[in-house]
Write a protein that binds this ligand. Sequence first.
Ligand SMILES: CC(C)(COP(=O)(O)OP(=O)(O)OC[C@H]1O[C@@H](n2cnc3c(N)ncnc32)[C@H](O)[C@@H]1OP(=O)(O)O)[C@@H](O)C(=O)NCCC(=O)NCCS
Length: 160
Amino acid sequence: MEIREGLPDDLGRLIDFMELVDHEFVPPLSLRPGGIYDRVSGTLAKVDSNFLIGESNGRVVGAVGYRKNWNGIEEVMGEAYISFIAVHPGYRGQNIARLLDRALAKKLWSDWMTHVNVTTWSTNPGAYRMYQQLGYVVSKTLEDHRGPGVDTIYFRKSFK
Ligand SMILES: CC(C)(COP(=O)(O)OP(=O)(O)OC[C@H]1O[C@@H](n2cnc3c(N)ncnc32)[C@H](O)[C@@H]1OP(=O)(O)O)[C@@H](O)C(=O)NCCC(=O)NCCS
């Protein structure tokens, strides 16, 4: 697998990939403001944001979207935010998310970021476990934020 920065030309490829995993997100990405198109086009190959794309034999097997100088709530210099991370269902359990997270940390650190933030929801135990295994710690919980019994959980990791 190769990991590379997204290019404007990846728009369609990333939209297809997000559509593939859309139903696994709560709420689905397609039902959030702007939907999948805005989520990809607003992040791809921008000054402060982009995707790292994991590719194997020309196929997108995983992707992570990030935004610099943003903590998920407000602008903060030196903080970054993961706006999307997923691995193709046929390629899970092969450390691809770990490799994407490692490549992202390297990229963000070289761009003077000191922390990375990400959110998940309480009914996604796989993601919760993954962030713990990747060295993130819970920084905040918003109870019932995504519906009754569905909390939003903020995770944060320091590169220092
Ligand atoms: C969560 C997701 C990105 C994990 O991708 P992956 O490539 O299978 O993860 P990795 O193989 O790199 O695993 C990294 C670590 O997380 C743990 N992990 C990953 N998925 C897990 C799961 N479902 N349950 C428990 N632990 C899990 C692994 O055990 C591993 O830790 P270890 O190396 O110490 O054992 C993938 O399942 C996915 O795309 N899910 C749907 C989208 C989603 O939920 N994204 C996150 C939204 S916040």
